[in-house]
Design a protein around this ligand. Sequence first.
Ligand code: NAD
Length: 251
Amino acid sequence: MDEKLRKILENAHRAVFFGGAGVSVESGIPDFRSPDGLYSRQFDVPAEEILSRGYFDAHTEEFFRFYRGRMLYPAARPNAAHRALARLEAAGRLRSVVTQNIDGLHQAAGSRRVWELHGSVHRNHCMRCGRFYGLEAVAGCTGVPRCSCGGIIKPDVVLYGEALDSRVLSGAARDIADADVLVVGGTSLNVYPAAGLLRYFSGKELVVINKTPTPADRAASLVLTGPIGSILGGEPGREEAAAAAEGPQKQ
Ligand code: NAD
């Protein structure tokens, strides 16, 4: 881990990590706004439109073709950044992860308190009877996924034009407001209301880790430019390694 960041986190008691798609790029999942991100590719319909609730309702089959092909990465595994954040939580330094990602990789790495602002590909519900389905029900079929009752199975992923879950939003806002350190990483901070959560932070250290400049850089006490896996990852400190070896702690 970067030395300056390590020092800041060593003194932290209620740090929060706020992240986005850049965190999972090193796991092989493209982000949206990098030069090789999803928004740079030419589709017949712009990706932002396909990922909207209006498009889902009007063109359900096309939505699922795009969603399966471009948004689902069932083989992706956590990278060094996800693992470092899980170790920090186990060591009692990090209170929670607030993520815009929908891939579930923070939980796969062992993070326990994760606020998924935009939902998760791992949760899906029948729009008619409400029955729950895992990722496989959507990833493992073709066309529109159907419940045994005949209803459409919809991913619990927040599409453009849909509201964020108010319980998740307020939980994330509370953790950020209570945080002594906020680490923002792998996000362009372009998507609202998620990016607006940063205004709740009033702690002492704001750290930004990103490959490209962000609107939060000016207010940050430390800006680290580069791949988040090598900045956050690397060899764990002794305390973190011991905590990780003990496994998850009860909160
Ligand atoms: P974004 O694409 O707008 O921005 C990603 C940022 O990460 C960019 O600024 C880029 O420079 C930076 N970045 C890329 N690779 C990096 C790396 N290895 N290390 C450090 N920084 C890196 O993504 P966003 O801000 O999260 O907002 C877009 C939306 O994308 C979110 O709503 C999210 O739901 C969705 N999304 C999620 C996933 C996922 O779940 N993995 C993937 C694609 C998009």
